[in-house]
Design a protein. Structure first.
Lengths: 299, 594
């Protein structure tokens, strides 16, 4: 059986045996730029958060900030979660993820999540923080570093994605956290990201239709070929890492506090690497070490 | 110790006052005034005084009309205003310049409420411990709040009304005559039969006249205050000691006291109305806890006790976190349900003692509890080891003053046919799952019972306790034993106000499967079954956090047996309504389908 799919440029292609799409080094640079932009936006909006602001207002600020800087389409519109909503407790319906009128208070954790598309290049990022000190949030964010290492090492070892997912679960359990990415649609810890033709498209239920169609096409191709662009713990993910770009988002929770990072992982035929190491959470993990180094030099 | 008596004149009567004097070696000892109730006189305090007078100057007096004090004429001589004047006169005599600590029982407490909420005396009073005697004005408001058609409130009102029958009886014309023609003997006998008065208590020779005069306390005050209550408030430190078995003052009657007091502690304890006669040791300890809280004694130079935790913290009414100051011991706290239970209680402000056989895991739990803002320590303990558990119990008593809540959670899994389960396998699963619970329940139960302030023991059983199956006989047997143990223990400890709960979780996604031995299969097959079962458990997706929340709720409501997760609730129902179905289901062997 052959699988014919319409492409974004209007043509139809036979994709039965098409190898998974892989970005070129130039394309990777463009993806990296958009990811940097998205993280900068999250950091700026996070820096301007004050008590009393709502999730809706925060998501709106992110949207405006990114649109002012050339973003014309979305994988999904910005999300913002405050307080115990960061842990997705009792989230059962997709609309529960949508920004609400919940107001930010002193000490509350928050997560900002946006997936802008500029010139067809997509980023999908997650940024966790708190308004004022929050020991639990700091603990989770700090311990996410181990997950970032674990995921990369196991992808490099070409372990089946399902088993990596389970390894993340085990690590989280050992740390005392629970897996909150299983609250996402299809329980995904990651999904593939593709290059789109430049331009814009409609947004339905906060998701960009062009991106969704692209993802749906990849799902169909993957099903034909025995892999899935949605990385979860089911049998569809019982395959070695597929080459391409993956937006990976381990999301951990402790009681009413949730935190995550989300960034692009580049998987090639025989290797893998994080698209960019110059990101807020990575800098944050490095910060105490850098501090000690400075002290050592001074001593 | 030499007590000396003297007489104090006040508003037309002469009061007989007994003063233990300043204790040797404590020149700055605080002064206490203990006021007795009805139909007692100050002798009722003797056992308590004996336990306090080495540290404090303790003063008691016979209330007007009782004991060796003189009686005013007519009921108008017994109004609360006059009773407060008497107290003020005693305070003027024994401690004119320094505020005193007040302790009242029954009517003694009622009149002290009047003093504590009177503005002109506030600066003379350091603290107030109230035992079985509410403020009459508070009671009047309490009744009004319950006259609304709410089932719970009406029920409380109904129960309290039944128990207050004697108040109505005292307003009848023959009441005084009853005491005079021999009612005292009847009352004594009745109270002894009802266990209210310990047999050893001496009956005061003045009981008949105390009872007859004291009726005027009711007649002069109850209806007046009931008809026109005033909003009486205080910022002074007040401790309520509430015997839960009180036949005259129900614990619910004091539920609204927090509306009137900003500095309130409440201690619900096992016991009856005459707690001060039954438990003088405990009453003396509780009284001194409040005094020491208000006026901290000089630290013992020998100890390095730097903790600022007061034993009263957990009793504070209106505290922001419901379990602040309580000590919660959790076994198997290094993972799964145990860890999440520790975190759930930590979030409610409790002090956590996390015990696990894996010291690192227990330490991690304690760290996370501290992140949540709760004090926490960890211990490496093998629950099956009696000596180790004894050491844990001792450490908890020494370092934390005993446990308020104990969660016996540590457990391991065991699957496979009974015929393939070796003696060693049986010993292993029973040692952890059953002996661990036996040790925890016994040691901490003894400790709580000796402390006499109630508590709660939670034993984590399983839905397997009532769901037989050919595939996990050893595990189910151990858990059924835990369930029965909990039911028996609940009956045994009920009189000590210690609750016991058996939690029966269904399929919960924890590390237990990875710690389960599948008997009768090779290592590779064992590993495969663990992986597959773990995936099933993950798919079910019931988190240990939800079990932890159920445990917290069960402790709050003192529930006996709590199945958690739908499958557990269904199987509990099926096992009771259709045991034949349970037996048929037991024959299915799910491992063949793995």
């Amino acid at each position: 059986m052959r699988l014919m799919l319409p492409l974004n440029n209007g043509t139809v292609a036979d994709v039965t045996h098409a190898p998974p799409w892989q970005p070129t080094p130039d394309e990777l640079d463009r993806f990296r730029e958009v990811q940097q932009l998205a993280y900068r936006g999250a950091e700026e909006v996070a820096g301007g958060l004050e008590p009393g602001i709502t999730e809706k207002e925060t998501a709106g600020r992110m949207r405006t900030w990114l649109q002012d800087r050339g973003v014309e389409d979305w994988f999904h519109l910005p999300f913002a979660w405050f307080g115990d909503r960061t842990a997705f407790r009792n989230f059962r319906q997709p609309f529960q993820f949508f920004p609400t009128g919940r107001r930010l208070e002193e000490g509350m954790p928050y997560i900002l999540d946006c997936a802008p598309v500029r010139d067809g290049f997509t980023a999908d990022i997650g940024y966790a923080g708190s308004l004022g000190p929050n020991a639990v949030l700091d603990r989770i964010v700090g311990d996410l570093a181990e997950h970032r290492r674990l995921i990369l090492n196991q992808v490099r070892d070409r372990r089946p994605l399902r088993e990596i997912y389970e390894a993340v679960d085990r690590l989280a359990a050992r740390q005392g956290f629970d897996n909150r990415h299983r609250a996402y649609p299809f329980r995904v810890i990651a999904h593939q990201v593709h290059r789109l033709p430049p331009g814009r498209g409609p947004v339905v239920g906060r998701f960009g239709l062009r991106s969704l169609r692209q993802l749906a096409r990849t799902v169909r191709v993957g099903m034909q070929q025995g892999w899935s662009p949605l990385w979860a713990d089911g049998r569809f993910s019982n395959h070695p890492p597929t080459p391409g770009l993956w937006a990976v988002e381990p999301h951990l929770g402790l009681r009413g506090v949730g935190a995550k990072f989300e960034e692009l992982l580049v998987v090639t035929n025989d290797d893998a690497f994080w698209l960019d190491d110059d990101l807020p959470h990575v800098r944050r993990w490095a910060a105490p070490a850098a501090h000690t180094e400075v002290q050592a030099v001074e001593a | 110790m030499t007590r000396h008596s003297h007489r104090v004149r006040s508003a037309g009567v002469e009061l007989a006052v007994t003063d233990s004097g300043i204790p040797a070696g404590h020149p700055d000892a605080p002064t206490l005034i203990l006021v007795h109730g009805y139909p007692d006189n100050s002798e009722t305090w003797l056992p308590v005084v004996g336990r306090l007078e080495s540290r404090y100057r303790v003063v008691t007096y016979d209330v007007r009309g009782a004991g060796a004090s003189t009686a005013p004429k007519g009921r108008s001589g017994y109004t609360l205003d006059l009773l407060v004047e008497d107290l003020a006169a005693v305070m003027d005599t024994v401690s004119p310049h320094r505020p005193v600590h007040l302790v009242g029982h029954d009517w003694g407490s009622i009149q002290l409420w009047e003093a504590v909420t009177a503005e002109h005396l506030t600066h003379r009073i350091a603290s107030f411990t109230s035992i079985s005697g509410p403020c009459l004005d508070h009671v009047a408001f309490w009744v009004r709040r319950r006259l609304r058609p709410r089932l719970r409130g009406l029920r409380q009102l109904f129960v309290q009304s039944l128990r207050s029958w004697y108040v109505a009886a005292f307003h009848l014309p023959g009441a005084v005559l009853f005491w005079q023609i021999g009612g005292a003997g009847l009352v004594t006998r009745a109270l002894r039969m009802a266990d209210e008065w310990p047999d050893a208590t001496a009956v005061s020779p003045t009981l008949a006249s105390d009872g007859a005069h004291g009726i005027n306390l009711y007649r002069a005050n109850v209806l007046v205050r009931g008809a026109r209550p005033r909003e009486r408030r205080t910022d002074l430190p007040v401790q309520l000691i509430v015997p839960v078995g009180d036949r005259f003052v129900t614990p619910a009657l004091l539920d609204d006291t927090g509306l009137w007091c900003t500095n309130l502690w409440r201690r619900d304890v096992p016991g009856w109305h005459w707690l001060i006669r039954h438990e003088p040791d405990r009453v003396a300890r509780w009284i001194s806890e409040l005094i020491d809280h208000v006026e901290p004694p000089d630290p013992d130079p020998g100890s390095d006790q730097t903790a600022t935790r007061s034993p009263l913290d957990r009793l504070r009414v209106g505290r922001e976190l419901p379990d602040r100051g309580k000590v919660v011991v959790v076994t198997g706290a290094g993972s799964g349900i145990g860890r999440q239970t520790s975190l759930a209680f930590a979030e409610r402000g409790a002090e956590i003692v996390a015990a696990d056989i894996d010291a690192d895991a227990a330490a991690r739990t304690a760290t996370l509890c501290r992140d949540l803002g709760a004090p926490a320590t960890h211990h490496q303990v093998d629950v099956g080891d009696a000596e180790a558990m004894e050491a844990l119990a001792k450490a908890v008593e020494r370092d934390h003053g005993g446990a308020d809540i104990v969660v016996n959670n540590a457990g391991i899994g065991m699957a496979g046919p009974l015929l393939d389960t070796s003696t060693e396998d049986w010993e292993r699963v029973l040692r952890v799952n059953l002996w661990g619970v036996i040790h925890g329940s016994r040691l901490f139960g003894q400790q709580m019972s000796a402390r006499g302030e109630g508590g709660h023991i939670v034993n984590v059983a399983s839905m397997a306790a009532f769901t037989p199956s050919r595939s996990y006989p050893a595990y189910a047997t151990s858990k059924a034993a835990v369930l029965m143990l909990s039911e028996c223990l609940r009956a045994e400890l009920a009189d000590a106000s210690i609750g016991v709960t058996a939690i029966c979780p269904g399929v919960v996604n924890t590390g237990i499967v990875s710690a389960t031995r599948f008997v009768g299969v090779g290592d590779a097959e064992q590993q495969r079954r663990r992986t597959v079962t773990n995936r099933l458990y993950a798919r079910r997706g019931f988190t240990p956090e939800k079990v932890a929340d159920a445990i917290v709720r069960s402790v709050d409501r003192n529930r006996p047996v709590v199945p958690v997760a739908l499958e557990a609730q269904v199987m509990r129902l099926v096992s009771r309504l259709a045991p034949r179905t349970t037996r048929r289901l037991a024959r299915i062997d799910p491992t063949t389908r793995l």
